[in-house]
Design a protein around this ligand. Structure first.
Ligand SMILES: Cc1cc2nc3c(=O)[nH]c(=O)nc-3n(C[C@H](O)[C@H](O)[C@H](O)COP(=O)(O)OP(=O)(O)OC[C@H]3O[C@@H](n4cnc5c(N)ncnc54)[C@H](O)[C@@H]3O)c2cc1C
Length: 410
């Protein structure tokens, strides 16, 4: 490990990898430090039941303008451009076409109000219709999209993402995490399982780790807002304003659990279900992607918090119970717990993805400001419109690297 690089990048998630890729084009000496024993951060593909399973990012949102699409194809990965099954409900189980139409109309009207006539309070919940009948469904969607309840979501922030999104969602059969980590630049120096405990400022920026101190001319800090706002890394008091701002852009709660399908089952490849549209904690079930014998259950907001509070075994039971309620009790015999994420309790991550609290959407720009031309901030939360995504994280890494390059190469 080089103890005197030009630039230290803290965090090897999509943002850190983006910054490393840009810096690899320069002659600057770069060292990437990652607390986890693997690359990727929230981009993490595991293998279960013979299939790659994305524990974090999975969909190339805004795929037609997502920089990872081109990187994937240039590095030999196949991008699957077929439309997701999200908007369908397999055999209308538990959610009739008329109900779906009414619920979607309420969601569309709410989204339009956020964009065209946002509430003065900036609370996304205040854009709900007075006679709203599908609030539980909208809360479940808010959990998936933003990781938290509508009362805690900034209307401006939500609308900024939604307006910029191309609503084109693609996939990678090999897994988004696999592709992102495969694109870590080959010759860049990095150290895994190396947690930065403190940063101090002197003539150089010193990064303190259990493996020793590193002095650099600049640091790119890509940790999540929950990590930044927490106490795990001691920062100079000059960075208190960044810590404060991070509190207004917290990570919501998002988790996934995977079930394995054993033997004959009624589950049809590439189908989808909302467990119970009247329950704001309901899972969204992604059934047999690519024909695999796996069901991915996506949880957001209250649903993810319940899963974390009750523990893994209860979360599996709950998911199997929801499927049994729709398909009949017999399906229990062909479903087995496989894998579960634990993002909220992973100390170096701390949740799902960022959303702005009401009134605080402009804080994304504030968080992205460099300090003293020596500490540069990246990470999904610093992107004004593509926050909460792997491509927003990547673009923020490019931006921070460009800022560092102009500061160091005069
Ligand atoms: C369940 C779930 C589903 C998702 N689905 C999608 C999706 O379908 N599409 C999409 O685009 N996005 C999705 N996302 C969001 C996407 O994964 C993230 O926005 C993106 O990966 C964040 O990248 P990042 O580099 O900003 O942060 P991170 O990935 O969090 O990277 C920061 C890194 O810093 C490291 N770190 C923290 N503290 C220290 C320290 N003290 N010292 C050294 N290193 C440290 C962390 O371990 C981490 O690896 C999902 C996320 C989750 C949780």
């Amino acid at each position: 490990m080089n103890s005197e690089p030009d630039i230290v990048i803290i965090g090897a998630g999509a943002a850190g990898i983006g910054a490393a890729r840009r810096l690899a084009e320069t002659g600057l000496a770069v060292l990437v430090l990652e607390a986890l024993p693997r690359l990727g951060g929230r981009a993490w593909t595991l293998h279960g039941a013979g299939a790659p399973l994305d524990m974090g990012c999975e969909w190339l949102h805004s795929g037609d303008r997502n920089p990872w699409t081109q990187i994937a194809e240039q590095s030999g990965f196949v991008v699957d451009r077929s439309s997701p099954a999200w908007e369908s409900q397999y055999h209308n189980l538990g959610f009739s076409p008329a109900e779906r139409e009414a619920a979607s109309a309420e969601f569309d009207a709410w989204s339009e109000r956020l964009a065209m006539n946002p509430p003065a309070s900036d609370r996304a919940a205040d854009a709900l219709a007075l006679d709203a009948k599908w609030t539980s469904y909208l809360q479940a969607l808010s959990g998936y999209i933003s990781g938290d309840e509508l009362e805690r979501i900034s209307a401006r922030d939500y609308a900024a993402y939604d307006t910029a999104s191309s609503h084109c969602n693609w996939r990678l059969e090999a897994g988004y995490g696999t592709m992102i980590t495969a694109n870590f630049p080959a010759r860049t120096d990095f150290s895994l399982a190396t947690s930065v405990e403190a940063i101090t400022l002197g003539r150089f920026v010193t990064v303190h780790t259990p493996a020793g101190d590193i002095s650099a001319r600049a640091v790119i800090l890509t940790v999540s807002t929950n990590v930044l706002a927490g106490n795990a890394m001691a920062l100079p008091s000059a960075l208190d304003p960044w810590r404060e701002v991070a509190r207004f852009l917290p990570l919501g709660s998002n988790e996934k659990i995977f079930l394995e399908i054993i033997g004959d089952s009624p589950f049809v490849p590439e189908s989808h279900l909302i467990g119970d549209p009247h329950d704001p904690t309901t899972a969204s079930f992604n059934i047999r992607p690519y024909g695999r014998n796996v069901i991915g259950c996506f949880l957001g907001g209250a649903g993810a918090r319940v899963a974390q509070a009750e523990g893994e075994a209860a979360a599996f039971d709950r998911a199997i119970g929801q499927l049994a309620a729709l398909f009949g009790n017999d399906v229990r015999r062909c479903l087995r717990p496989l894998l579960a994420s634990n993002w909220s309790r992973t100390p170096t991550i701390g949740g799902g993805y960022s959303h702005a609290l009401p009134g605080f959407a402009p804080m994304r720009d504030v968080l992205a400001r460099p300090f003293d031309n020596r500490i540069f901030f990246a990470g999904e939360a610093t992107h004004k419109t593509d926050f909460s995504t792997a491509h927003g994280a990547y673009l923020s890494g490019l931006r921070a690297a460009d800022e560092a390059i102009s500061a160091l190469i005069k």
